[in-house]
Ligand binder design. Structure first.
Ligand code: GBH
Length: 490
């Protein structure tokens, strides 16, 4: 059975946060307006026009730079009480550095925040959702240790301007995508592909940058304005491929060396990278004749500096994989994949007709993942900062409606039966947007965006109505059936 729990009358707790998420470059457009400089994504698609499935660019996207008032109105229509959006670093600091703050960039986000305020919607700001200024990439981006200072200066500008109004901060969205897919592979900008080396350098600098910004916030801004800060980590659930101890070990190793790569240094009692990862990369590096491990090390002072630098655990979750141990070498040599040595597949029987081939519908995995985080990180408060389903388009989106019902059912069981400390849930996404390498061909929105119309008309889908009902009733529709996955058969 795929469901995360039987039919129930469970409801969401009274002060539960119901939100929707977006990211700057996926919706704003205005890529070169009002002083904004090029981000690594603008750069990547300009230099490599075939990077996206549909040859598109994020140049205009949903044009939210000009249509933010409608965006705020949509969040209000949904009845959501919190909106997670990201701030574009190259819009705020065109040189990448804090020597020159762009007043028009600041004004844009001030306007958005006051529009949200009109509707009583709490802003949650993601400081970094993948759009590094290209000028910083030119000097190494996240592999350059000076990025820790540059990122801290950038965050400081945001706090100076917005910390009086913004009470929830996310330092990084899915750092594993940035480092593993952007520096160790080609799926994300800057598509550097220096596997085995760069993903570890990137992660090391990024975690220190996260800690630096947390300490700045905690010391200088929290005393004045209050507020909470966390990171949004992406994780699939890892199910053992079979019942054998070896496959069970593979599933556990997957979680420790992926989610744990980022979570363990910040959220665990001991801090630092997971022991398993240190051992694997150290031993492999030695065998490969490197003079130093390819995994940089934290000093004991740095372990202490990074540990405990979050008030909540942000989780982005979409799907589940089956894990087994590799028989021989896997992946490129060297690479994180090769170092870890496990194999990841999905069950072809899992339902999905998603435009994103990886997005299989496995609601029980959500509940198991929430449980794993709760056990591993000492009952940490969790905010689900992304969850959602992609299709090819249309307002009659019964598959998305079904996905949300099943995943929210799993979440309700997690809260009520497993006693996880989940404080909020954000649907990805408020509206259709520029889905990275999938361009405009894969749609995650609760609102349909007509990308061909000059005013990028937004229309509520069936799923928007479903979400509104969930929020107002604080539970699932009466006719929801945990056994029913027919919406995913074509
Ligand atoms: C999130 O990433 C992002 O935060 C958001 O911006 C994005 O629009 C949204 O989700 C939807 O994609 O090739 O089998 O390894 C999701 C992260 C996307 C990570 C798919 C793994 C590739 C699957 N995941 N990705 S696979």
């Amino acid at each position: 059975n795929l469901a995360g729990g039987a039919k129930s009358n469970y409801t969401f707790p009274k002060d539960f946060l119901f939100g929707v998420s977006t990211a700057a470059i996926q919706i704003e457009g205005a890529w070169n307006e009002d002083g904004k400089s090029e981000s690594i994504w603008d750069h990547l698609v300009r230099v490599n026009p075939n990077f996206t499935r549909d040859g598109s660019t994020p140049n205009v996207a949903a044009n939210s730079y000009h249509l933010y008032k409608r965006d705020a109105e949509m969040v209000h229509e949904l009845g959501a009480n919190i909106y997670r959006f990201s701030i574009s670093w190259p819009r705020i600091l065109p040189t990448g550095l804090a020597n020159q703050v762009n007043p028009l960039g600041i004004q844009y986000y001030k306007n958005l925040i006051s529009e949200l305020e009109r509707y009583n919607i709490t802003p949650m700001v993601t400081i970094y959702h993948w759009d590094l200024p290209q000028k910083l990439q030119d000097i190494g981006g996240w592999t350059n240790a000076h990025i820790i200072d540059y990122y801290t200066d950038y965050a400081n500008v945001l706090f100076e301007n917005f910390a009086d109004k913004v009470k929830y901060w996310i330092t990084f969205n899915e750092p594993m995508q940035t480092c593993l897919e952007g520096y160790g592979n080609t799926y994300r900008a800057p598509a550097l592909n220096r596997h085995g080396i760069a993903e570890y350098l990137c992660t090391h600098n990024l975690l220190k940058a996260h800690a630096s910004v947390y300490h700045l916030f905690h010391k200088q801004y929290r005393p004045l304005y209050g507020g909470k800060m966390g990171m949004s980590l992406d994780s699939n659930w890892a199910e053992p491929k079979t019942d054998t101890p070896r496959d069970k070990m593979a599933a556990e190793l997957y979680l420790k060396t992926h989610l744990g790569w980022y979570a363990h240094p910040v959220y665990s009692e001991t801090g630092n990278y997971p022991e398993e990862l240190i051992k694997l990369v150290d031993e492999k590096s030695k065998k490969q004749n490197y003079t130093h491990s390819r995994l940089p090390k934290f000093t004991p002072e740095e372990v202490a500096y990074v540990r405990g630098t979050a008030d909540f655990f942000g989780l982005n979750h979409y799907t589940t994989y089956l894990l087994s141990m590799a028989d021989g070498e896997v992946g490129e040599v060297p690479s994180h994949e090769n170092d870890v040595g496990i194999v990841r597949v999905q069950d072809p029987k899992w339902p999905s007709k998603s435009s994103s081939s990886w997005l299989k519908v496995v609601p029980f995995g959500f509940r198991r993942l929430l449980n794993w985080i709760t056990k591993t990180y000492n009952n940490v408060p969790i905010i689900v900062t992304e969850n959602g389903y992609a299709d090819f388009s249309g307002v009659k989106d019964e598959a998305r409606v079904s996905y949300y019902c099943h995943y929210l059912n799993s979440l309700l069981h997690s809260i009520h039966e497993d006693k996880t400390n989940v404080r909020g849930y954000f649907a990805w996404s408020l509206m259709d947007n520029w889905e990275w390498d999938d361009g405009y061909a894969s749609r995650f929105g609760l609102y349909l965006v007509d990308f061909n119309s000059p005013n990028k008309t937004r229309t509520a889908k069936e799923s928007a109505k479903l979400y509104t009902n969930v929020i107002s009733s604080r539970g699932l529709p009466a006719d929801y059936d945990p056994e029913d996955f027919t919406a995913f058969s074509s």
